[in-house]
Design a protein around this ligand. Structure first.
Ligand code: GSH
Length: 235
């Protein structure tokens, strides 16, 4: 999305996470965390989504996605941290129960641990919590939905002051939050904001009108485009 906002030319190399391409030796040499994305800019390897976004904004400053004002920059970074610490881990829970879990169908406990859980570099704990490929518990799902509700509530409050999370300027705060909001739509969870936090829906529609949105969420890129969706609660 940042590349598209800045109209930078780039090449995409897609990895198949179901085939564990992200854990293959050649990729681990670039990204020892074994996750996507990785940005390769010339000889520079840049890791971590939010770091990649800030790097691109600093390295290619034409279209600024960071406020000039120091206090506003701090508020932007606080949104980025919140998205990464609360919203993104929360959206993984319904994502696994509705879609990704079914990749592990047929694995017993021992194989799940050996082939899926223990091989993860930065994701072992989450796989452990998911259990033998049985999925996240009702309690875990409800905690995650509460965190997504909290995200929407904070967004609704922030959007009182302008079209974007920081006010008039579209910033990296918006960029870091959109993946979870779009995934909520993909998983049929938009009811979380529809009644109580209508500004989130308006923000999402505004986002959809930006050319960078279509460049990011192209046909085939969403989970429901390539995986079957199952019920949210397993038990
Ligand atoms: N903190 C990392 C997290 C990246 C991440 O979680 N990527 C997921 C896909 S959205 C992944 O590569 N999962 C592969 C796996 O869990 O093995 C970042 O923001 O770059």
């Amino acid at each position: 999305m940042v590349l598209a906002e800045k109209e930078l030319a780039f090449e995409t190399v897609l990895l198949n996470l179901g085939d564990k391409d992200q854990l293959k030796p050649d990729y681990l040499k670039l990204n020892p965390n074994g996750v996507v994305p990785t940005l390769l800019d010339g000889n520079n390897v840049i890791l971590e989504s939010s770091v990649i976004c800030e790097y691109l904004d600093e390295q290619y400053p034409g279209v600024a996605l960071t406020p000039k004002d120091v206090v506003a920059r701090a508020r932007m970074r606080a949104w980025m941290h919140f998205a990464e610490e609360v919203t993104v881990p929360a959206i993984r829970v319904p994502s696994f129960n509705r879609a990704f879990l079914y990749r592990f169908k047929g694995l017993d406990q021992a194989r799940f641990e050996a082939e899926q859980m223990n091989v993860r570099k930065v994701r072992r704990e989450m796989f452990q919590r998911m259990g033998k490929p049985t999925g996240f518990s009702r309690e875990d799902v409800d905690i995650a939905l509460g965190q997504l509700d909290d995200t929407c509530s904070r967004m609704h409050a922030a959007l009182k002051h302008g079209p974007w999370l920081l006010g008039d300027q579209f910033t990296l705060a918006d960029v870091l939050v959109i993946p979870a909001i779009d995934r909520m739509v993909d998983l049929g969870l938009e009811g979380i904001w529809q009644t109580n936090y209508p500004r989130v829906g308006e923000w999402y529609r505004r986002f959809q009108a930006r050319p960078s949105f279509a460049a990011t969420y192209y046909p085939g890129s969403r989970v429901s485009d390539f995986l079957e969706l199952h019920p949210l609660y397993i038990d």
